[in-house]
Design a protein around this ligand. Structure first.
Ligand code: FAD
Length: 422
């Protein structure tokens, strides 16, 4: 891609053509992730759209003037006018193609996309998921000189990258910001030489053939596949939930309760995990309001007795949250009384949502053997019931889901594979 500087901007970008501008930085993993996508798209669209890049730190005045605040930021121009939404962060190829439609029109973009040649590559191991489990497996395999590719639908790091602070990961005296811990894990694996395909669309996975298709055009054939796709908390799906995730709304008491010493929190949920987690939170918080959709708790009796006896707890039965908001540094949750339809506002220091977790397994069809809760069963070497397919980390059937247990699984799977094919 052609590199330009501020003084070229008028001539190269505003002079009336179709232009895609990539503001990038050095030491920027999302910039590294988007660069190969732009290169392949330039090959496809280069005759009709000019692709240019601008080093953000070296052209700060221009970046400030254009209100470009992070790297990468992709801007799209048509005849000197910026058109369509800007893309930032872990930008997917499909998102860039979507925005190009604003520049060239839907039909022309579809026409050009049809001309792209599918690619096929062969690797020893493909790892799906670059959280702690997948990154650790990638590190061990790379150090054993096994040709490995790490594929993730997001940027590397998994759940740790969105965790505020991690204080129970051995080797650090002080609590570590989750994003730094996951950044270091990822850089360690990347520096070894593992190939990364991140912020991609995983279009298709065939575990029996051991083939993964990404971005609808790139097929990866592997001798072994490691599934390390983790879990996602069940979401309530109401306004404000995504926006305030990690900034007032938490899905993990073990991780975040300690930040609420003598503070007031709202807990959404009334099943076993919600009440057990809420009991744990009560060791820190001064007041806990449980919001539950039914007229009684669903948790086991012992857990119920504990919270009913604890004066820190109050309960809003037959209530459901409808929206999360922020007021200064306080969290606001609007709840509806399901019996009277009356709306109420609860103000607290933080909100915990425990309405269950789900393993990220949608891609894998129905051939994997799962436990009764829907998590992948493995043997002690992390092998699943499908030959050559392993599962590590939170997606696997286990009692305790933590960073340390995920990296232990990743280690075991990688060593097992190395013994088999190394
Ligand atoms: C808010 C929060 C705080 C936490 N705090 C702590 C803590 O303080 N200490 C601790 O030990 N544990 C903590 N945990 C738990 C810890 O984060 C997990 O146990 C750990 O991250 C599991 O690692 P993993 O690699 O199995 O999965 P994840 O970290 O979940 O990573 C899975 C990866 O797979 C990717 N993925 C999903 N679907 C696909 C797909 N179809 N194809 C390709 N990639 C896919 C995801 O994008 C993600 O990057 C916390 C969890 C949460 C949610």
């Amino acid at each position: 891609m052609k590199e330009i500087i501020s003084s070229d901007y008028e001539k190269e970008v505003l002079a009336g053509q179709n232009v895609l501008v990539d503001f990038y930085s050095t030491e920027c993993p999302p910039c590294e992730a988007v660069a190969p996508k732009l290169e392949t798209l330039e090959k496809l669209f280069g005759k009709e759209i000019k692709f240019v890049k601008i080093f953000r730190q070296g052209n700060r005045d221009l970046a400030d003037q254009l209100a470009v605040k992070s790297s990468p930021t992709l801007l799209f121009y048509q005849d000197g006018e910026e058109v369509s939404a800007r893309l930032t962060g872990g930008v997917k190829r499909s998102e860039i193609v979507r925005e190009l439609k604003h520049v060239l029109g839907k039909d022309r973009v579809s026409e050009i996309m049809k001309t792209q040649e599918p690619t096929i590559s062969d690797v020893d191991v493909a790892i799906l998921g670059a959280g702690p489990g997948g990154l650790t497996a990638g590190l061990y395999l790379c150090q054993a000189r096994i040709n490995t590719v790490l594929v993730d639908i997001a940027l590397p790091g998994g759940n740790v990258s969105t965790t505020h602070m991690v204080s129970n990961y051995p080797g650090f005296i002080d609590p570590q910001p989750g994003y730094m811990l996951s950044h270091n894990m990822s850089e360690q694996t990347k520096r070894c030489g593992t190939t990364y395909k991140v912020a991609v669309d995983v279009t298709h996975v065939d575990l029996l053939k051991k083939e993964i298709v990404i971005d609808s055009q790139e097929t990866i054939r592997a001798k072994r596949i490691i599934i390390a796709t983790g879990t996602s908390p069940n979401r309530i799906g109401i306004p404000g939930e995504l926006e305030f995730k990690g900034q007032g709304i938490s899905y993990c008491a073990t991780c975040d309760a300690k930040y609420f010493v003598d503070k007031e929190v709202v807990v959404i949920g009334g099943g076993n995990s919600a009440i057990e987690e809420a009991d744990f939170i009560s060791k820190f918080a001064s007041k806990i309001t449980i919001v539950h959709q039914f007229d009684q708790l669903q948790a086991n009796k012992i857990a119920q007795e504990k919270v009913f006896e604890n004066p820190k707890f109050s309960f809003l039965f037959s209530h459901e949250p409808r929206a999360f908001k922020k007021a200064g540094d306080k969290m606001v949750v609007e709840v509806e009384d399901l019996k009277t339809k009356e709306m109420k506002t609860l103000i607290s220091d933080g909100i915990f949502v425990f309405i269950g977790q789900k393993p990220n397994l949608e891609m894998f069809g129905d051939k994997l053997k799962l436990d009764q809760w829907g998590y992948i069963q493995t043997d002690e070497d992390m092998r699943t019931n499908i030959d050559g397919v392993y599962a590590v980390g939170d997606v696997g059937s286990k009692k305790y889901r933590q960073i340390t247990t995920a990296i232990a699984d990743g280690t075991i799977a990688a060593i097992s594979i190395t013994r088999e094919i190394g």
